[in-house]
Design a protein around this ligand. Structure first.
Ligand code: ASP
Length: 432
């Protein structure tokens, strides 16, 4: 039995195998049976669609209860208002700071590399922009009129606000509050156990998602926007593997290599689902059990991060804006660039952590600086792939901030962080 356990593949390896096998199957079917209705109806839209969707649904199923329960737990354990205020302030400041760095690097790279070629603008372009919400409605909608509706619709920002107020009240009603807090802590344990269970399904879910992607991804516009694609990809990689590790070292003194290694599962989930929200259960699990962040902090910073901190999305929006201006031969002034930084920061805050929303919010940035929204038609073909990578960057940013903040608050277990085996899912699951 012990030998069997030893030889067992880790979850990350299984997910990687699922991913590789899925892509291989998709490509083989695509080449062997091009445009086959049978493959399309029974495999792509049949089997693969069902398995992939069940996997994503089972992750999403946990998000609302997890965010609500864990945020209530987090807030009621930070009973002093000053601590809550300090944590909230630090978290927001750090999230904004990293998004601003992301945007500056993105814009400077796009200006220097100049991916946009004016000849692209002559291609037939059609993009009907879905209406991006106005800034005032984004602000007003932060406060729920009906928390039950917010929970049933999965409106994250509203759930966050309600949970924080609820948790705060629990902390301030003495003995009775303690009983309610204990109940929420137990519920939190239950839900984290469900996360561990569902993670076991990941290799199969990822297999189906990747196979479907390989079967359906249209690369028609890929050639013409190859340069744009690689500029976004390059900046995303720089942000994930240079900017974040440097910030981690600078602000916390921790070893960035350990952090990068421990983020692999979370990034794979984010990459396969293209949704920060769907990845949230895994992000919380990894931050607490693999990175050593106390639940008080993770429960507060991560749901907030999955909702408002989208550095990867901001990078795409920064490069895309400059690219579209270049394609249409529109010169941007320094003030325009500053406007791009401000609006793209707000747009990334307003972007929901679900697939593809970053592109919709790009319309808001383009409108703000007076660029043609049809330009989005050019980049839509490669957006799905970029969405997957930027989501992985988005969740990495949430975790970097969480570790740094936890360390600065003294709510961090460095021994867990340094232990390469800590919180490994298969060990954890079989062992207890
Ligand atoms: N898919 C991204 C996320 O969930 C959001 C986006 O950029 O579309 O983080």
């Amino acid at each position: 039995m012990a030998i069997l356990k030893k030889n067992k593949l880790g979850l990350t390896s299984k997910i990687l195998i699922g991913m590789g096998a899925g892509i291989a199957l998709g490509l083989v079917l695509r080449i062997a049976f091009p445009e086959s209705d049978i493959v399309n109806d029974y495999i792509t839209e049949g089997f693969l669609h069902v398995i992939g969707t069940i996997f994503i649904s089972s992750l999403k199923m946990l998000v609302v209860p997890l965010v609500f329960i864990s945020l209530v737990c987090g807030t009621c354990s930070l009973s002093e208002p000053s601590k809550l205020g300090r944590l909230g302030g630090k978290t927001l400041a750090f999230y904004l700071f990293t998004t601003a760095i992301a945007l500056v690097v993105a814009i400077v790279s796009a200006v220097l590399i100049h991916p946009g070629n004016a000849s692209l603008a002559t291609e037939k372009m059609e993009y009907i922009a879905k209406e991006a919400p106005s800034l005032s409605s984004v602000l007003i909608n932060i406060v729920p009129t009906n928390p039950m509706q917010a929970l049933s619709e999965g409106n994250m920002l509203q759930i966050i606000i309600f949970a924080v107020i609820f948790g705060f009240a629990i902390a301030h009603i003495g003995e009775r509050g303690k009983r309610v807090a204990a109940l929420f802590e137990d519920l939190n344990e239950v839900i984290m156990r469900v996360v561990t269970l569902i993670m076991q399904l990941a290799p199969y879910g990822v297999f189906a998602l990747m196979a479907k992607l390989a079967l359906t991804l249209g690369l028609g516009t890929f050639e013409s926007v190859v340069k744009y694609f690689f500029v976004v990809l390059g900046v995303l990689l720089v942000h994930a593997f240079i900017v974040y590790p440097t910030l981690l070292k600078l602000f916390s003194g921790l070893n960035p290599l350990i952090f990068i290694r421990k983020m692999r599962d979370v990034q794979l989930f984010a990459f396969s689902t293209a949704s920060s929200n769907a990845t949230l259960p895994i992000t919380i699990e990894a931050s607490e059990h693999r990175l050593g962040v106390d639940n008080k902090i993770a429960a507060f910073t991560l749901p907030l991060g999955a909702t408002i901190n989208m550095d990867g999305t901001a990078i795409m929006q920064g490069v895309a804006t400059v690219f579209i201006a270049q394609v249409f031969g529109i010169e941007l002034s320094l003030t325009d660039y500053a406007a791009v930084v401000v609006t793209a920061t707000l747009a990334s805050i307003g972007t929901a952590g679900v697939p593809g929303v970053g592109l919709i919010m790009l319309a808001m940035v383009l409108n703000q600086v007076g660029l043609p929204v049809e330009g989005i038609a050019l980049i839509i073909g490669v957006d799905r792939l970029l969405d997957m990578v930027r989501t992985a960057v988005n969740v990495t940013g949430d975790c970097v901030a969480t570790v740094i903040i936890a360390k600065s608050e003294g709510e961090f277990n460095e021994a867990v962080f340094n232990n390469t085996q800590a919180g490994k899912i298969s060990a954890n699951f079989d062992g207890s």
